[in-house]
Design a protein around this ligand. Structure first.
Ligand code: DGL
Length: 249
């Protein structure tokens, strides 16, 4: 079984990709519903919440854990990898994907939570690619709340996006990095309303990385009828239909 963690429903967008890439694996999805959104929490609080989830998933028998939450990754990944010996795979904002495809040399808009954009790990990522001069940062914590409130297509979301994007001259941009897993729910809305922006996320890369890592460790299985289960802040979810609905989006 593979454990998947997010502060809320955002990581389901990653789970969907992983179910496609690894159709014969069992998954246990952990949403920290009691504490979402992490955007306004301290790094100490986030560390505590994520470690609690990792311990839960490990105790349930997960062979590997995916942090399907950029915010959690940025604050905890080094600490967790040092402390726990199971493979922990982590998503990170897809700035490299944007950069590699940026043949027109346009500016890149990196959107994430304020915690991610302020993290050393994110800075290091930008510096390792030497692209600080072409990246602008835009925190969009409002999208996390819209998603958690199931407001995926409301006029309020569009108003929020228009206001936030109006801080930039969009003519100069092509790739917009969705550096928070909750933002992927708004990919279509961005494409439809800001046609010169091309959203990219780290979901596919994370699924591929998970597959390669497990294959390298000989940990892949091929269950005929895989199970997908859901946990909210340490309690198994009874009404799974809600989670399946998000996966169907
Ligand atoms: N989904 C999370 C991420 O990828 C964080 C959302 C939040 O709790 O603020 O960054």
């Amino acid at each position: 079984m593979i454990g998947v963690f997010d502060s809320g429903i955002g990581g389901l967008t990653v789970l969907k990709e992983m179910m496609y890439t690894l159709p014969h694996e069992n998954f246990l999805y952990y949403a920290d519903t009691e504490n979402v959104p992490y955007s306004y929490k301290t790094t100490e609080q986030i560390k505590e919440y994520v470690e609690k989830a990792v311990v839960f998933l490990r105790n349930e028998g997960c062979k590997s854990i995916v942090l399907a939450c950029n915010t959690a990754t940025n604050v905890t990944i080094e600490y967790l990898r040092e402390k726990y010996d199971l493979p922990i795979i982590a998503i990170q904002p897809a700035v490299k994907v944007a950069f590699d495809n940026n043949t027109e040399n346009k500016r890149i808009l990196a959107c994430a939570t304020p915690v991610t954009l302020k993290a050393d790990r994110f800075e290091n990522l930008i510096n390792s690619l030497d692209i600080d001069h072409m990246v602008d940062r835009l925190p969009l914590p409002g999208l996390v709340e819209f998603a958690e409130n199931e407001q995926f297509e409301s006029p309020e979301v569009l108003k929020y996006l228009k206001k936030e994007f109006s801080k930039f001259n969009l003519e100069n941009y092509k790739y917009v990095v969705l550096g928070c897993t909750h933002f992927t729910y708004f990919e279509k809305m961005i494409q439809e309303n800001f046609p010169n922006l091309q959203p990219v996320d780290g979901n596919e890369g994370t699924a591929r990385h998970l597959k390669n890592t497990l294959a390298g460790l000989n940990l892949l299985i091929s269950t005929v009828k895989p199970t997908i289960r859901f946990v909210e802040s340490g309690r198994y979810v009874k009404d799974e239909a809600r989670f399946w609905r998000y996966l169907d989006r």
